[in-house]
Write a protein that binds this ligand. Structure first.
Ligand SMILES: [Zn+2]
Length: 464
């Protein structure tokens, strides 16, 4: 049901307040101009059937009911947020706390845990609530601005930062839900839309928004990039629906519960995750186990045979583990050998899986291949996270990790090295494989951005 046919243009950086959003349930949306200091809504209000809206309202809400999304049969019990997962939990909040180190068990730490849990519960409760009786989903696409952006979700210049503002920080849920529909995965795999949304809400909540870089916005960005790659001819015409499903789930979950510090930090501080995963792909293994945990908790795939589910979980792990940068040369060497021998067959499931792993790697580190205005924002964020780790290391008398010292490193220096040694080798091979206008476009951006990072006149702080 489309409520408004002529929607006003919204200012792109104006979020819709939560108290306005709550009105959606009442399907009476014509009063929002008053909330922004506009004229009395009653003077401007028009009626369309049972729904009123305001034609001159710059903050009009867009109500878009999905088709047949009535829940089939009794659903699973509501996921309980804040309950501990079966896996061990990383919590580095005390390292992010600016009031200094907090002793485990101390009163301050306990209250911090409680506040976090409470905040997470508050954040996701309105989306997870399951009232008794028939249930329907209201699309999160509540204004034309979000809808207009989603119409261009396959654009490489998609502004994920603007999208996050337009969705009030719910970009991960909104974008991924849309992509599942767009690719027909919800229908093909008979996914319950309510379970799918619950799963995505939990995924979004399990990213640490305090992290400058490894938060849900990064996961959303990687998922959007993955969608762009999946639409490239070589993938779109050869990948199975199962491959597509896996690729999206891997993209959206690949950094789940990231603590905002790297593996070296976990190993040197003797963190229990480092011991659990034997100091190897520690973070990636944890992200994978978190993803499996949320998949099971949401019951999203419960209707599939157990062997299929276990197979999906294994392949999901294989894709997420491929994002371990320290293992890049291993994956790239295999990929390069196939390209050199010209024997990569997309009819071979193992070859397709290798291509998916490379695709996942590309989606994860594609920031430097974006247009400068996006690339530079991501670069600032990742540097902030590195420097924060360096600050924590100094504070605790530890040796500062490479690239983490704000006194001797710089964004430009870090980015130039990252592009030369990690990003460019990967995307050169990807371009050999894909050879589309997008892959050439990405390489062009990469070169432009590298030129800017290495131009001393633009970055005077860059070490010689
Ligand atoms: Zn990542």
């Amino acid at each position: 049901m489309e409520v408004c046919s002529q929607l006003p243009v919204l200012p792109l950086d104006r979020p819709v307040p939560q108290h306005v959003l709550r009105r959606r349930g009442a399907i009476s949306l014509g009063t929002s101009s008053a909330l922004f200091g506009g004229p009395s809504p009653r003077q401007l209000c028009k009626r369309r059937g049972g729904v009123s809206y305001n034609s001159a309202d710059q903050a009009v809400l867009y109500l878009h009911l999905l088709g047949d999304v009535k829940q089939r049969g009794p659903g699973p019990s509501e996921p309980v947020r804040g309950a501990p997962h079966s896996h061990v939990k990383v919590d580095y909040q005390r390292f992010h706390c600016h009031q200094g180190p907090v002793r485990p068990g101390a009163r301050g730490l306990k209250s911090h845990h409680r506040r976090l849990s409470f905040q997470r519960g508050l954040k996701s409760r309105h989306l997870l609530q399951r009232p008794s009786g028939p249930q329907h989903l209201l699309d999160q696409v509540y204004n034309c601005q979000v809808q207009c952006m989603l119409d261009k979700v396959d654009s490489w210049d998609f502004d994920i930062f603007m999208f996050d503002r337009a969705t009030n920080g719910n970009g991960l849920v909104t974008l991924t839900f849309h992509l599942f529909l767009q690719l027909g995965l919800t229908r093909l795999f008979r996914l319950d839309p309510i379970k799918l949304r619950s799963f995505l809400v939990m995924v979004q909540a399990d990213y640490h928004q305090r992290n400058p870089y490894h938060n849900s916005l990064h996961a959303t960005d990687v998922t959007q990039a993955m969608y762009c790659f999946l639409r490239q001819p070589k993938l779109a015409t050869t990948l199975s629906s199962c491959d597509m499903l896996l690729a999206l789930v891997a993209a959206v979950t690949h950094d789940l519960d990231h603590p905002g510090v790297n593996q070296g930090f976990l190993v040197r501080t003797g963190h229990h995750l480092a011991a659990l995963y034997k100091n190897s792909s520690v973070l990636e293994s944890h992200h994978w186990r978190c993803a499996v945990s949320l998949l099971r908790e949401s019951g999203l795939l419960d209707h599939l045979p157990i062997t299929d589910r276990l197979n999906l979980e294994e392949r999901l792990g294989s894709l997420i583990l491929a994002t371990d940068i320290s293992q890049q040369n291993r994956y790239l060497a295999r990929f390069r050998e196939h390209l050199d021998r010209e024997d990569l067959s997309m009819a071979d499931p193992s070859h397709r899986h290798l291509v998916l792993q490379i695709t996942m790697k590309c989606a994860d580190i594609c920031n430097p291949c974006r247009v400068w205005r996006l690339c530079s924002q991501w670069s600032s964020r990742v540097t902030a996270e590195f420097f924060h780790q360096g600050d924590v290391e100094k504070k605790h008398g530890m040796a500062v990790s490479p690239l983490c010292d704000r006194l001797s490193d710089s964004t430009a220096h870090i980015q130039a090295g990252f592009i030369r040694h990690v990003v460019e080798p990967l995307f050169r091979e990807w371009c050999r494989f894909s050879c589309t206008s997008l892959s050439h476009h990405m390489l062009a951006h990469l070169q432009t951005n590298l030129d800017r990072w290495t131009d001393p006149s633009q970055h005077p702080e860059t070490p010689p």
